[in-house]
Design a protein. Structure first.
Length: 279
């Protein structure tokens, strides 16, 4: 069966997807200091990070419109899927659902399913990879949905932030705490909850120690890691991502590891030097 996957731009695209008509990135819009930046192929990470660092206000994101999702669904594919940033973190999921409803009013025979990733970034990429795997096995639409929803339930996301400024600017961390954490080089180890919200799992002094603790948490929470693909996404820190990849490979022995640089929305969340792991 022919298929199409619409993935909002918080999900990173593998290089081989960028020219694949079956995969479409649906851009969110980022706002920094009154300037709107479309999170598409024109996104300039270096320029964006400089603007974020220079702006006293927290950057914001706006989700795609239902009409934009509907446009992505209007295609010849028999099976259509959307993969969105966690519904607890963005309105993208609700927008994708509304877009589906708009399409079905006009074309009720269409098969469309919207996956709430309960994750972000590389987690969304893994879900798209799972959809492709199921489709290429020849599963029915219902079987793909069931398999992928089960996969999402077992998935966890983890991240460590080098730079706490975004947390300070958006009020999640007080100025005093942010100053103390920066002075002591304390780095929070964060993770996803089953509902798709964010929680602090741990903390450590210095990025290297925080990464070691994150790998320990991945080992504790991860399900059947030797059979799975691990996605690592990094914001402007390829050497750190490489170190993390080696630590995961050595301790957890996953079937495969993919490493990607963050696009716009993930760069906004992770900030310069941040690393994200999904499994």
């Amino acid at each position: 069966m022919s298929y199409k996957i619409a993935i909002d731009s918080c999900g990173e695209l593998l290089d081989e997807w960028k020219n694949d008509e079956r995969i479409e990135s649906i851009p969110l819009t980022l706002t920094v200091g009154g300037e709107n930046i479309i999170d598409d192929a024109t996104f300039d990470q270096k320029d964006f990070l400089k603007k974020v660092a220079d702006c006293p206000e927290c950057p914001k994101s706006a989700c795609p419109s239902p009409e934009r999702y509907m446009k992505a669904y209007e295609c010849e594919a028999e099976h259509i899927y959307a993969v969105t940033l966690s519904a607890e973190l963005s309105g993208s999921y609700n927008s994708a659902i509304l877009g589906k409803n708009l399409l079905l009013e006009e074309q009720p025979e269409k098969k469309v399913h919207v996956f709430n990733s309960k994750s972000a970034s590389g987690g969304q990429s893994l879900i798209a990879m799972k959809i492709i795997e199921c489709e290429e096995k020849g599963l029915s639409f219902g079987e793909v949905v069931s398999e992928v929803e089960k996969y999402i339930e077992e998935m966890s996301t983890f991240f460590v932030l080098e730079n706490l400024e975004t947390l300070r600017k958006n009020g999640r961390l007080s100025r005093v705490k942010a100053l103390v954490a920066s002075a002591l080089k304390i780095k929070p180890v964060m993770g996803s909850t089953p509902e798709g919200t964010i929680c602090q799992l741990d903390q450590a002094r210095g990025m290297n120690k925080a990464i070691v603790k994150m790998v320990d948490h991945i080992g504790e929470k991860g399900i059947n890691i030797p059979e799975k693909t691990v996605a690592i996404t990094h914001c402007n820190c390829p050497e750190r991502a490489k170190m993390l990849e080696e630590a995961i490979r050595e301790k957890l022995h996953p079937a495969k590891i993919v490493v990607m640089d963050t696009a716009g929305v993930s760069s906004m969340y992770a900030n310069d030097g941040g690393v994200i792991v999904a499994v």
